[in-house]
Design a protein around this ligand. Structure first.
Ligand code: SF4
Ligand code: SF4
Length: 430
């Protein structure tokens, strides 16, 4: 039997067909944030597809330095997929190429450290993240943060990373608890807490529980769940992502629930892709299908179940920032908007370019602050033009990125998740 070359292994027939699908029409260029920033073809989806095709055809090797740079600069926001008339699954192509690059290409020392610390030492461990969040709380409350920011000692990448720390609220962690419904029982759901979300933006999880309770759902927060593995998949750490997927399936599928709820666009997209991630694992094949069938984004679930609109008014000019993975991958676009429009008094103003990524993209803003910051500036200009008092988000990374953007630009606006806005409206009912 003939041995398959690494390129054939990398680009199986399905991926080869995806590469061949590209018509070079360039319709994807107008939605690509990295192309908007540089104006260079090699920083556009079409250029990156051409590079991957050159690998598949053996014209360049995986060690070609331009390949690693241009694929690394991609946000994998997948806006290009929604603009593509030929249906190229661009995200799949990038992920398979990045996984191959991770196996053959050694990134710089700083990038290696950031990935080792973030992906391997922190995200899979909720307790370590909570300790880090406690440190961030102490740093802020002690006045050290204000001092450090005023002193000008924070420079370069350190300044960019520090700017992303959201104000942390201390709270009781809800792991292993069951929250009863308010009023008549309509069903039972489990909530994925998320790693960064639970440690740094736990108020979003608390609001998720309250909104579900308010609508008649018993809510379970099972112990043993972990990070969804999104950042690991996007950074070529597929084996670790598979371990996390198995752990989540074991923790969340063991319960008799109607749905498994995610309130972060990136996490939900990853949970829904577990069948693909575990395609070669015979022990999980049946269970993963049952798991994926139950996964819903919180907005998707609430809209599907036709929840009761708030009765109290929340008069505020508001804009909604789509999460790329909620919009472009999960295709949940209208549901969060419909939920916001159901709130009496709330005015929803659309962004001019709702499809544009905010520059967060997993750990992209940590690894590429020089690209993420101008991408965020463009997003903030769009937000500012709406005159919004509340900027609504639906993903953890976007939440932290927009919070940093609002602070940096001095915009007098609150940044809230969709469920936090709904929760506030319900709480006004008294
Ligand atoms: S995924 Fe986003 S950043 Fe990457 S090529 Fe497509 S539009 Fe550009
Ligand atoms: S829109 Fe689709 S077919 Fe056209 S260049 Fe982009 S990826 Fe290729």
């Amino acid at each position: 039997m003939a041995t398959r070359s690494p390129i054939e292994v990398l680009y199986g027939s399905a991926h080869q067909a995806q590469l061949d699908r590209c018509l070079h029409c360039g319709l994807c260029l107008s939605v690509c944030p990295t192309y908007a920033l540089s104006g260079r073809e090699s920083e556009a989806p079409r250029g990156r597809i051409n590079l991957m095709r050159a690998v598949a055809e053996g014209r360049i090797g995986l060690d070609d330095p331009t390949l690693a740079v241009h694929l690394d600069n991609c946000l994998v926001c997948r806006a290009c997929e929604t603009a593509c008339p030929s249906g190229v699954h661009y995200g799949e192509l990038v992920e398979v190429t990045r996984a191959a690059l991770a196996a053959t290409h050694r990134p710089g020392r700083l990038a290696r450290f950031a990935r080792w610390a973030g992906l391997r030492q922190l995200m899979p461990y909720p307790r370590r993240l909570r300790l880090l969040a406690l440190g961030a709380w102490l740093y802020e409350r002690s006045g050290l943060q204000a001092l450090a920011r005023r002193s000008g000692l924070l420079r370069g990448r350190l300044r960019s990373i520090e700017a992303l720390a959201p104000p942390v609220r201390l709270r009781r962690f809800p792991d292993g608890r069951a929250f009863p419904p308010r009023g008549q029982l309509r069903g039972r759901v489990a909530v994925l807490q998320g790693c960064i979300q639970e440690a740094f933006l736990g108020q979003v999880n608390d609001a998720t529980v309250r909104v579900l309770q308010r609508n008649g759902y018993e809510v379970l927060i099972p112990r043993g769940q972990t990070c969804c593995g999104a950042a690991h998949v996007h950074n070529g750490e597929e084996e670790l992502a598979r371990q996390l997927a198995r752990q989540n399936i074991d923790a969340l599928l063991a319960l008799e629930v109607d749905a498994i709820i995610s309130n972060a666009g990136g996490c939900g997209a990853t949970l829904k892709s577990y069948a693909d991630l575990l395609r070669d694992d015979p022990d999980y094949r049946t269970r993963v299908a049952a798991f994926v069938a139950k996964v819903r984004d919180i907005s998707e679930f609430l809209a599907e179940r036709a929840v009761e609109p708030p009765r109290a008014t929340l008069p505020a000019r508001t804009t909604y920032v789509d999460s790329c993975h909620l919009r472009n991958v999960q295709k949940v676009v209208q549901q969060p908007r419909a939920l916001l429009r159901s709130i009496p008094g709330l005015e929803l103003v659309e962004l001019r370019q709702p499809e544009r990524c905010c520059g967060s993209a997993g750990v992209y803003n940590l690894v590429h602050p020089e690209l993420a910051e101008p991408i965020l500036d463009a997003k903030m200009a769009d937000i500012k033009a709406t005159g919004a008092e509340i900027v609504v988000v639906s993903n953890t990374g976007c939440h932290m990125q927009i919070l940093a953007g609002v602070r940096r630009s001095g915009l007098p606006a609150r940044v809230m998740h969709v469920v936090e806005v709904l929760d506030e409206a319900y709480r006004r009912e008294g």
